[in-house]
Design a protein around this ligand. Structure first.
Ligand SMILES: Cc1ncc(COP(=O)(O)O)c(C=O)c1O
Length: 448
């Protein structure tokens, strides 16, 4: 028994307003270890801030998704959405589980090939595929998902030049309740553009429509959107079979499942309300029941789940740099990880927990990043216990999109590590230095 730790008294101004129905103080527990590895040890070894990925969580989420759908569909393929997180270590962990690759640029395509994925296991989406990218994809036998009529013509030109007849998919957009319309991508189903695209491709006699694709959007919490999407895709597949005798090889429902994060506008925490993979799968199965395909000609189901697979696997460890009292009385913390690293802080109320035992009265707290920019807010109102300079925090569920959309802005980007399923730790991306930055820069000869 040592001397009890001094705790400074605090005056907490009570702001009357909406209360959480579970009362104001939510139980918070420290997260001292990530998969058995002490957070301070990670920081001592790799510095702060630091992205830490749990291989165990990543693989568990993949298997949960795969099991939920395989239970309901005879043939399921998961194509890892590279844009969500294309660090090679993340991609390889998923490819080792059997994931294909879903890419939206020549750069992502190149990464997938270098990760050992054969062309036939790459699905190529996106509105911009230059001829050189189409050439590469067709030569490798990759599946190009056509986005617009100009791309149909470009793809035909490339196929003829190469002397190949590729199987392609067409991307559809459609109106479903529960998801905002992403009508800028693909061919519209309701206004007849989609069937027109199929007729046009058939008339061109250079490509074969062999699959359907539709990505509804992202962070879709309403599973009924997928029921409706699947039913519409099934019905369209029925039309192709009826009118042209075409039985599609796969129906790709895209990504979009919500992770367990909480949106700014959301009342209940994501941990409580985000649908499970099984609930999404059930809705898709309901919708797909509309499909009429002869035995042996049923299409495979393809998923391009990104966010919901990797978000929970990623944490961002950050250090408290300062405590500061704002003029309106609120407490604020300045931490060393900012919005340049955490693009998702604009959408989510990120879950932030101390990485060490704590005590003291929680207070409404604003968490600021280190940037000299007003927008650099990680959480604008968080009930948080007192923290001292040098204390570590863990920002949870940040594995999706942040390490692809982060910016090298004002300061260098931090390191990224993975904790293996056996508790080993290895870097996925080295911490940047000023040299990383300068390596890309040139000074014109007249200024050097
Ligand atoms: C075509 C396509 N597929 C899959 C995804 C992954 O989506 P999510 O991360 O919401 O699952 C995206 C993301 O925008 C996408 O554009």
């Amino acid at each position: 028994m040592g001397v009890p730790k001094y705790e400074r008294p605090t005056l907490v101004r009570h702001v009357s307003g909406m209360m959480n129905k579970f009362s104001r103080v939510q139980a918070m527990r420290p997260l001292t270890h990530i998969d058995g590895v002490a957070v301070p040890n990670l920081v001592a070894r790799f510095g702060s801030p630091l992205f830490v990925f749990s291989e165990r969580t990543l693989v568990a989420r993949y298997r949960e998704l795969s099991d939920a759908f395989s239970l309901r569909f005879p043939r399921v393929r998961i194509a890892w959405s590279y844009k969500t997180n294309y660090l090679d270590g993340i991609c390889r962990a998923l490819h080792r589980e059997g994931a294909w690759a879903e890419v939206v640029s020549a750069m992502e395509y190149e990464k997938a090939r270098r990760n050992g994925i054969a062309g036939e296991r790459i699905l190529f989406n996106g509105p911009y595929k230059p001829d050189s990218a189409l050439e590469r994809a067709f030569s490798d036998g990759a599946r190009v998902h056509l986005d617009h009529f100009d791309e149909v013509m470009a793809a035909e030109g490339v196929a003829r030049r190469l002397g190949v007849r590729p199987k392609v998919a067409i991307r559809l957009n459609m109106a479903v309740t529960g998801a905002p319309p992403w009508s800028r991508f693909g061919f519209n189903l309701e206004n007849g553009q989609a069937i027109e695209a199929v007729r046009r491709i058939r008339a061109g006699d250079a490509l074969d429509v062999a699959a359907l694709h539709c990505h509804l959007g992202t962070f879709i919490q309403d599973v009924s959107a997928y029921r409706e999407q699947a039913a519409k895709l099934a019905e369209f597949a029925n039309v192709l079979a009826r009118e042209f005798g075409t039985f599609v090889e796969y129906v790709d429902i895209g990504g979009g499942f919500a992770s367990r994060n909480t949106l700014h506008a959301q009342y209940l925490p994501g941990e409580q309300v985000t649908p499970s993979f099984a609930q999404y799968a059930e809705a898709v199965a309901d919708g797909m029941a509309a499909l009429k395909a002869p035995s042996g000609r049923e299409p495979a189901l393809v998923l391009e789940t990104g966010r919901a697979l990797v978000d929970e696997a990623g944490s961002l460890v950050t250090t408290v740099h300062a405590n500061k009292r704002l003029p309106d009385g609120r407490r604020s913390l300045v931490v060393d990880a900012g919005a340049n690293l955490l693009f998702t802080s604009f959408w989510y109320k990120h879950d932030i927990v101390p990485a060490q035992e704590f005590s003291g009265t929680p207070e409404p707290t604003v968490v600021y990043g280190p940037l000299c920019m007003n927008i650099d807010v990680i959480r604008d109102n968080l009930l948080f216990p007192p923290m001292a300079t040098g204390d570590l925090l863990v920002i949870r569920n940040v594995g999706a999109y942040n390490v692809t959309q982060w910016m090298q802005f004002i300061t260098e980007r931090p390191g990224v590590v993975m904790v293996s399923r056996t508790g080993d730790v290895a870097p996925l991306r080295r911490r940047e230095t000023v040299e990383t930055l300068l390596a890309q820069e040139e000074v014109p000869p007249w200024l050097s």
